[in-house]
Structures are given as structure tokens and as C-alpha cells.
Design a protein around this ligand. Structure first.
Ligand code: GLA
Length: 371
């Protein structure tokens, strides 16, 4: 059955428009996007389909084969409802800020990404919603605007203090390419992956987190406070992007040690992103792998967003011959890891590493995607 027919069944009518947007795996550059940094995400084949059909009245309703019906809710004023309708309501609120009045409608959602799996199901859902509403109303918005709307919706209305990485790669990423995205300037470059020899394997640990649960926002606050304290020591620092290793040395003993650790992760991680891009362009696969390893150690020890199941999974995967590097990907606190390995190692990874990596909640890890 085609995507259209599935939606017709789900909505009880033919959709006026439908659209897809992918999830992503971030290769390197973790927890740096909200510090004006540079990131290197890759879009996945998996993602979210959204369909829309008009309905009388000024309300929004949602249908999903997984979550069931939600709403109807008034389109305005925006209200942070406690189910998956909050995302389209937020996107519609972001459109309203730009003077677009979205009529009453029903939204159908079908996705292939795990929720809370560290592969950006929410950004994929929001960008797909922006594309579907754009197509329905004939707004003619470009991809960067879809990303900006999705970001505004998630940050201001859903209330997650996220950066701009996930929405940008969902809207602008090219399959089989890493998107080098400079979150300060907005510049993007697609860099091809060496898919003839290297596989980027995304392994879902099966452990979950919700960015709305507050731990993610707490890290954003701590590290933003670090940026403020460092800026008080040296003028010219607008964000952690501007901090140098010398600034960190000068700050030792003068700013809170936990905040200093958070800042150190960001400064080191940004150097790793540059090194990774150079290694990728030079075809130095081993160097790319060791940079992922170093990123994981930093996320575990300095940013403290790893968990025992994620560490165990990374270690088991790393022990497979042909695996050149591995690390948690996305926000952390559960979710997925990304493995950089020789193509021929993919099978052994799945067969030998995953069964050993028993996660604490008893859920078996699984390969989610191979790029
Ligand atoms: C989440 C956020 C992103 C980014 C990552 C961590 O996915 O939505 O903006 O901050 O965490 O790199």
C-alpha cells in the first residue's frame, strides 16, 4: 500500500499534502551547536511522514498508528499540550509569528525512528510538518526557512533549549553525505562519506530519554553559565566557540570546576570537528575513528551525558576488528551510538558485539541504520 493510501485510511480522507523529513546521526560535534559551534550530522533513510487535510473549525487534531488520536485542540493561543500534537501546534504557532494563518486541520504522522533514540525524531517530525503545511497552503518557503520554523517551534514553544543542528540537517542534509554546518554563520557544506570502504552504523541502545525531561536543558544552562563566566575574564567571548585552551587554563580555580569541565568539552570537541573534517577529506579513516573515541570519552568524563549501557555498548563495538571508532550520538542520557567501521566489519558488529552488550534495563541493542 502506498504512503498516500496509508494516510487516507488513517485520516479517513485523502490528504491535501504530505511530506517526509529524515532523522539524523551526528558524526561529531556534540553539544556544541548551542555554543555557536560546527557540527557534522548525516541524514538517515529513516524519518517521519506527515500528511495534512483541512477540517472545519479552528482546531488541530492528530492521528498516528502508534500513538492513536490526539486533540482536537484550539490552534491559538498556543498551549503546551501533553501529547504528540504539541509539535504541529508549536509549528503552527511559529508560522503565525511570521504572519501565516493556518486553518483548522488534521495531521497524520507515520514514522520509522525510535522516539528518544538520539536520532532526532522530533526535528524530523517538525520539518516534515513544515514541508507538508507549506505544500498544502502553497507558501513557497525554502529549506532554510523550514529548518528555522522547526527550530523556533521546538525551542520556544515545545521548550527544549536545543541548538539548530537537528532541524538543519533534517531540512538540508544530502543522503550519503555529512553536512558540515557552522551554527554561527549558517554556512553548510556537504561532504561525501567514503562509503566504498567505511560504514557509519547507528546502534540503538534501547534505553530512552526525553529531551523535555530537563537533564538536557540543565547541561545547556551549566555550559552557558560557563560561557558567561569566561566572558567576564576575557572580553570578546560571545559563546564557548570563542574560548581558547589558554582561556581555560587562565580560568582554572576562578570559575566553578563543573562549569569548567563543560566548557573544556566544548573547546576540545570543536578542535576535533575540524580535525575530523580534515581527516575525512584526506581519507584518513583511522584518524576519523580515533577522534570519535576521544569525543565519547569527553562526553562521558567532562560533559557527563553518557550512561553505563552506552559506555558498555561503545566498548563492545570497539572490540570488533575493523571498528575504528565509536561514541554516543545526540544528546546522550540513553539513545544511540555511532560506529565508524570498515564495511566488512558491519556483520560481525551485529553478530558478536550486540548480544554481549546487555543493557541495564534488559533491552537488546539493535542496528538502526547503516549509512
Ligand atoms: C539534541 C539537540 C541538538 C544538539 C544535540 C547534542 O539532539 O536537539 O540541538 O544540542 O542534542 O549535540
Amino acid at each position: 500500500m502506498s504512503e498516500s493510501d496509508e494516510f487516507e485510511r488513517l485520516l479517513g480522507q485523502r490528504p491535501a499534502a504530505r511530506a517526509f523529513a529524515p532523522g539524523r546521526v551526528n558524526l561529531i560535534g556534540e553539544h556544541v551547536d548551542y555554543h555557536d559551534g560546527v557540527v557534522l550530522p548525516v541524514p538517515l533513510d529513516q524519518g517521519t511522514w506527515v500528511a495534512v487535510a483541512p477540517e472545519p473549525g479552528r482546531t488541530l487534531r492528530c492521528e498516528s498508528p502508534v500513538f492513536g488520536p490526539a486533540g482536537p485542540y484550539p490552534l491559538e493561543p498556543f498551549s503546551r499540550v501533553d501529547d504528540y500534537a504539541v509539535y504541529p501546534l508549536a509549528l503552527i504557532a511559529a508560522l503565525r509569528e511570521r504572519g501565516v494563518d493556518v486553518p483548522g486541520c488534521v495531521i497524520g504522522v507515520r514514522g520509522t525512528l525510535p522516539i528518544g533514540g538520539g536520532v532526532s525524531s522530533s526535528a524530523s517530525y517538525l520539518v516534515a510538518t513544515a514541508r507538508a503545511i507549506d505544500a498544502w497552503l502553497g507558501l513557497g518557503l525554502d529549506a532554510a526557512t523550514h529548518a528555522a520554523l522547526a527550530y523556533r517551534a521546538e525551542r520556544e514553544f515545545v521548550g527544549v533549549a536545543c541548538g539548530t543542528m537537528d532541524q538543519t540537517v533534517a531540512a538540508l542534509g544530502r543522503p550519503g553525505h555529512a553536512l558540515r554546518f557552522d551554527c554561527r554563520t549558517g554556512a553548510t557544506t556537504s561532504i561525501p562519506l567514503p562509503r566504498d570502504r567505511i560504514a557509519v552504523v547507528v546502534v540503538d541502545s534501547g534505553t530512552r530519554r526525553d529531551l523535555r525531561d530537563g537533564r538536557f536543558n540543565a547541561r545547556v544552562q551549566e555550559s552557558t553559565a560557563a560561557a558567561r563566566e569566561l566572558a567576564a575574564l576575557r572580553p570578546g567571548i560571545r559563546a564557548l566557540r570563542d574560548v581558547t585552551p589558554a582561556d581555560l587554563e587562565a580560568a582554572a580555580g576562578r570559575i566553578d570546576p563543573v562549569r569548567l569541565r563543560r566548557a573544556r568539552h566544548v573547546v576540545d570537541e570543536l578542535a576535533r570537528v575540524d580535525a575530523f573534517v580534515d581527516a575525512l577529506r584526506a581519507g584518513d579513516d583511522a584518524r576519523c575513528g580515533s577522534l570519535l573515541d576521544a569525543s565519547h570519552a569527553s562526553l562521558r568524563d567532562l560533559y557527563e551525558v553518557s550512561t553505563e549501557p552506552l559506555d558498555a555498548l561503545v566498548a563492545e563495538c570497539r572490540a570488533i576488528p575493523g571498528v575504528l571508532g565509536a561514541r554516543l550520538t545526540g544528546a546522550g542520557f540513553g539513545g544511540s551510538i555511532v560506529v565508524w567501521c570498515r564495511r566488512e566489519a558491519t556483520h560481525a558488529l551485529e553478530r558478536d558485539a550486540l548480544p554481549k552488550a546487555h543493557v541495564s534495563n534488559g533491552v537488546q541493542p539493535r542496528v538502526l541504520a547503516v549509512v
